[in-house]
Design a protein around this ligand. Structure first.
Ligand code: AP5
Length: 218
């Protein structure tokens, strides 16, 4: 089964993708994570991408389409993929359909996480990650069991994303509304779109996604 998780910054795409990965054995492909890995590596692409990401704008379609094309050739994607943060423009959605068709694959469902802007800003401003194993936390909604210690690996080092500041978040929300939201009618017209209430608590959102996927063949 190949799924897309669609929603504004902070909607919970990464949170729900990790849960689906654990429970269904699908591979999470996050273009945001791939771009952050390029930035961390100091590659030419990473240096270019960092400027755009720090401004809250979208990296070029050609770059992210190329990254996803290469990644969906890998054998671990055979059982299915969760696309997290991709596609983000109608051009990326069209390219994804064409790329999957060439590989004899298709998108089986698109899950839209609907969340109010005020909640998005609260979620993004409280988010932090274990610097060692990448487990995600939140100051209010998902604290480690023992303050300052990662539940999973015991590390005491945590990081916050450079683009999780008030000014960049505003630009990311504008980019979502102007460039990404137009994808919704594209998938609605194909009968693939399932909208869930992303304002609910994390387990309830997961339950809504499970119920939406129950009727999906893939
Ligand atoms: P990307 O990394 O994709 O970021 P994003 O879309 O802005 O999404 P986030 O990762 O911020 O949020 P999320 O929805 O995953 O929320 P999360 O689960 O963490 O992209 C970053 C940048 O890279 C872009 O701005 C762009 O520049 C570039 N880029 C990436 N892909 C691109 C593409 N395809 N094309 C062009 N450019 C691209 O949750 C947030 C917090 O809320 C967490 O702390 C979590 O614990 C908490 N939380 C989650 N669910 C709930 C809940 N139900 N209730 C309470 N708290 C919750």
């Amino acid at each position: 089964m190949n799924l897309i998780l669609l929603g504004p910054p902070g909607a919970g795409k990464g949170t729900q993708a990790k849960k689906l990965t654990d429970e269904r054995g699908l591979v999470q492909l996050s273009t945001g994570d791939m771009l952050r890995a390029e930035v961390a590596s100091g590659s030419a692409l990473g240096v270019e991408a960092k400027k755009i990401m720090d401004a809250g704008q979208l990296v070029s379609d050609a770059i992210v389409i190329g990254m996803i094309d290469g990644r969906t050739d890998k054998p671990d994607t055979a059982k299915g993929v969760i696309f997290d943060g991709f596609p983000r423009t109608v051009a990326q959605a069209e390219a994804l359909d064409a790329m999957l068709a060439k590989k004899g694959k298709k998108i089986d469902a698109v899950i839209e996480l609907k969340v109010d802007d005020a909640a998005l800003i609260e979620r993004i401003s409280g988010r932090f990650t274990c610097a060692k194993c990448g487990t995600g936390y939140h100051d209010k909604f998902a604290r480690p069991k023992k303050d300052g210690i990662c539940d999973k690996c015991g590390s005491t080092e945590f990081t916050r994303r450079a683009d999780d500041n008030a000014e960049t978040v505003k630009a990311r929300l504008v980019a979502y509304r102007q460039q990404t939201a137009p994808i919704l009618p594209y998938y609605q017209a194909k009968g693939l779109l399932h909208s869930v209430d992303g304002m609910a608590a994390m387990p309830e959102v997961a339950g809504q996604i499970d119920r939406a996927l129950d009727g999906v063949k893939g």
